[in-house]
Design a protein around this ligand. Sequence first.
Ligand code: HEC
Ligand code: HEC
Length: 183
Amino acid sequence: MRALFALLIATSPLAAEESEGLAAWDRIYDVASHPRCTNCHVGAQEAPMWEGLGYGAGAIHGMNIRADETRIGAESVPCRTCHVTSGRANTVAHAAPHILEAWRLPPVELAWLGASSAELCAQLRDPERNDGHDIESMADHVRSSPFVAWGFAPGAGREGAPGGPETFAQDLLVWGEAGTPCR
Ligand code: HEC
Ligand code: HEC
């Protein structure tokens, strides 16, 4: 009887939705924990991170860069001194990356660096810790943000986060429809 009950649950549409939601979450976590995203989503620390191109994992941004409370380094050397605002392709290895938006760190509460799957999941579904987004507006952000676009296609020899903005947005929506399950 118990086995039959378990079978019914496992094959119910709800269970299918939950398992799809968890699979989507795993892909979301693969992206959000990728260095191309966490190098900026560093949380309270003032320094961005570098990864790849010979720096290995866990390297602090060189030249003693500090984002400070302004997140653009206004109190010391502003990010834009090197990361100019430009839509040109990034092609030169070791040059400061640029996008068509003022280069900066995210607000402190969007801290992803070092977060486990369960921690990041709880954070991303909490509007108080995700910049006030519901899942649909988060998907819209992902589709339109030049920061996210750069993270998937950084150019200049850097490895992009897996997938692209559209697949990431779709995974967010599947995860949201399944009730934002975590693991
Ligand atoms: C150069 C820095 C930078 C990089 C790299 C970066 N972000 Fe962000 N991100 C930001 C900033 C700044 C914000 C705050 C919103 C804004 O100002 O656009 C933000 C906000 C977000 C948000 C909305 C807030 C939230 O927590 O829901 C999401 C989602 C997001 N980023 C995803 C990503 C993903 C995915 C990547 C990697 C593919 C990435 N970001 C890479 C700077 C960055
Ligand atoms: C003095 C110049 C300079 C300033 C100022 C500067 N950067 Fe950079 N940044 C660079 C250079 C150069 C690189 C590329 C390093 C390399 O690949 O060898 C870089 C790379 C980066 C990367 C990409 C790392 C990666 O591997 O994904 C991020 C993120 C970053 N900087 C954030 C910032 C932020 C945020 C600020 C302001 C708070 C800032 N930088 C200020 C020169 C600068």
